[in-house]
Design a protein around this ligand. Structure first.
Ligand code: LLP
Length: 389
């Protein structure tokens, strides 16, 4: 499925803005549903941090996915979009008391607890409300996801989760507390993972852990394997819907679930990345001695991934003469940059594009995940608006 940019619509909208191809989002959600419909005990929770745009959230609610939240704000946004609290899980190494209160007030399905200190606070706050909070422990499985060091989380030297060797002790503590109920184990090994092997390794690790816990007579009703499935940034139209089939198959084949055990996924990027593009205008073409700079009106404040992680996003000049065609002619080499006063405000260097003029529309592709949600107002720039197609 190829994203078509409707230039007529775009001409009326002030740049920069995020464009979301909602038909592609819906097709992606339908594909997930198709892949897991035979598994009644499988549940996908959308990782709200990837994109909390209200329209996107409402499509996700409509597709009956749950939500994986990492703040009180995300819990409220998910609920406002129509995602029931019974499908909301809440993770994060530093949950503030007021955020835990939001989770308790809505009676969310599970707190993914990252330390015994946090467990004690949840128990205390739940006691005051005279309710029992369901908790799962985030365990650090020590699986190398072979991804960017800033987005890998499953190795033992990370700040996330509880060390495997402390697992039983944490569960026993939960079982001894009056206002929490131990309901599961939570894992997440990293993000933008393109090879299923790390997920298979995760499954094998979970199998071992389960056997170990069973020896101590601990039964775990829920297994949450987190998110992390990557997408094709180089060629978004070649793979606009990620290969969910083979991702889910990895778990079906390698994970040994017990009778009645529920399996949870927390996918973010793979659901929303390809449906979003950051649309910008060329402000200037600055000709240096050795290179040309294509200076856009979009910057790292709308899309920080290139500046922050050195991430690649495909850049396209969108034809404004023809409603849907993206010009293929490539005849100039540019450093594509934004206007912010930071030398890292660069989208891509030495990049070949059809020759551009001031005013041309540029699409920065695969920006639906961790784009709008990571936008800032640095340099007092306004937050980007969005257009849904
Ligand atoms: N579950 C947990 C516990 C997580 O920490 C994350 C992402 C997810 C699920 C969703 O992962 P996904 O399916 O989207 O890979 N800002 C970075 C990505 C940070 C990911 C943080 N955790 C980026 O722009 O690449």
């Amino acid at each position: 499925m190829q994203t078509h940019f409707s230039s007529e619509q775009f001409l009326l909208q002030g740049t920069p803005f995020y464009y979301y191809d909602i038909a592609l989002l819906d097709a992606t959600l339908a594909e997930i549903k198709r892949c897991i419909e035979s598994d009644a005990h499988w549940h996908v929770h959308y990782a709200v941090k990837a994109n909390a745009n209200p329209t996107i959230l409402s499509h996700i609610a409509h597709a009956e996915l749950g939500a994986d939240c990492v703040s009180g704000g995300e819990i409220e946004a998910a609920i406002a979009a129509g995602i029931p609290a019974s499908r909301i899980v809440y993770a994060g190494v530093g949950k503030s008391d007021w955020e835990i209160e939001i989770g308790l007030k809505h009676n969310i399905s599970c707190f993914n607890v990252e330390s015994v200190e946090e467990l004690q606070v949840i128990n205390e706050l739940a006691t005051r409300r005279n309710i029992v909070a369901r908790v799962a422990f985030r365990i650090n499985p020590n699986v190398d996801a072979h991804t960017h060091e800033k987005i890998t989380t499953g190795l033992s030297e990370n700040k996330f989760g509880i060390d495997m060797c402390d697992m039983e002790e944490a569960i026993y503590l939960a079982q001894s507390l009056s206002h929490v109920e131990y309901i599961g184990l939570h894992f997440h090994i990293g993000s933008q993972i393109l090879d299923n092997e790390p997920f298979r390794q995760l499954c094998l690790r979970i199998n071992e852990l389960q056997e170990r816990l069973e020896k101590s007579n601990i039964y775990t009703p829920n297994i949450n394997v987190g998110g992390g499935l990557g997408i094709n940034y180089e060629d978004p139209d070649a793979e606009s819907i990620p290969n969910f089939e083979s991702y889910f198959r990895t778990f079906r084949e390698a994970l040994q679930l017990r009778e009645g055990q529920q399996l949870h996924f927390e996918l973010g990027r793979s659901i929303v990345a390809q449906c979003g593009s950051l649309i910008s205008r060329v402000l200037y073409i600055k000709k240096g001695h050795t290179k040309q700079f294509l200076i856009l009106d979009a910057s790292m404040t709308e899309l920080v991934r290139p500046a922050m992680y050195g991430a690649f996003h495909k850049v396209q000049r969108i034809s404004i003469e023809n409603e849907t065609t993206v010009l293929e002619k490539k005849d100039s080499i540019y450093d594509v940059v934004g206007p912010v006063c930071e030398s890292s405000d660069v989208f891509v260097k030495n990049y070949s594009l059809p020759s551009c003029e001031r005013g041309d529309l540029i699409a920065i592709r695969s920006a639906g995940a961790y784009g709008e949600s990571m936008a800032s107002t640095y340099n007092l720039r306004p937050l980007p608006s969005s257009l849904l197609g």
